[in-house]
Design a protein around this ligand. Structure first.
Ligand code: MN
Length: 130
């Protein structure tokens, strides 16, 4: 089976390091970005199986970033999961409307993160995004 890839877009160095370490240990290929613009560019070029996208980024908020992914035919079909400290009901609804497939709450739980990500990856269409 092809190694699955996750693009991690997170500006907090500790969160990025933690998530990368945990997900690599789980056998996933991790691509890192620390700004929304770098993340959007990498998503178009590499078309990962899943994007884990922080909501608060220095250059653009995650809601705007996911809208751009959905508008681009190259990235429209990629699973995108929010990585967020905001998990109130209204925020969840706004996130889904913007185009997120789901969310994972921060602080990152290193014991459950890999399973949560795998659960989302299982939603990916066979053969990955086209
Ligand atoms: Mn952030």
């Amino acid at each position: 089976m092809k190694e699955q890839s996750v693009l991690l877009v997170e500006d907090n160095a500790l969160n990025l390091e933690l998530a990368t370490e945990v997900l690599r240990a789980a056998g996933l290929r991790i691509i890192e970005a620390t700004t929304a613009r770098a993340g959007l560019d990498l998503a178009r070029r590499l078309r990962p199986d899943l994007v884990l996208l922080d909501i608060r980024l220095p250059d653009m908020d995650g809601l705007e970033a996911v809208r751009r992914l959905r508008q681009d035919p190259l990235t429209a079909g990629i699973l995108v999961v929010a990585l967020t400290a905001q998990a109130m009901q209204g925020d969840e609804e706004a996130a889904r409307v913007a185009g997120f497939n789901g969310y994972i709450t921060k602080p990152i739980n290193t014991r459950t993160l890999a399973d949560e990500v795998r659960r989302y990856l299982a939603m990916a269409p066979a053969g990955g995004p086209s």
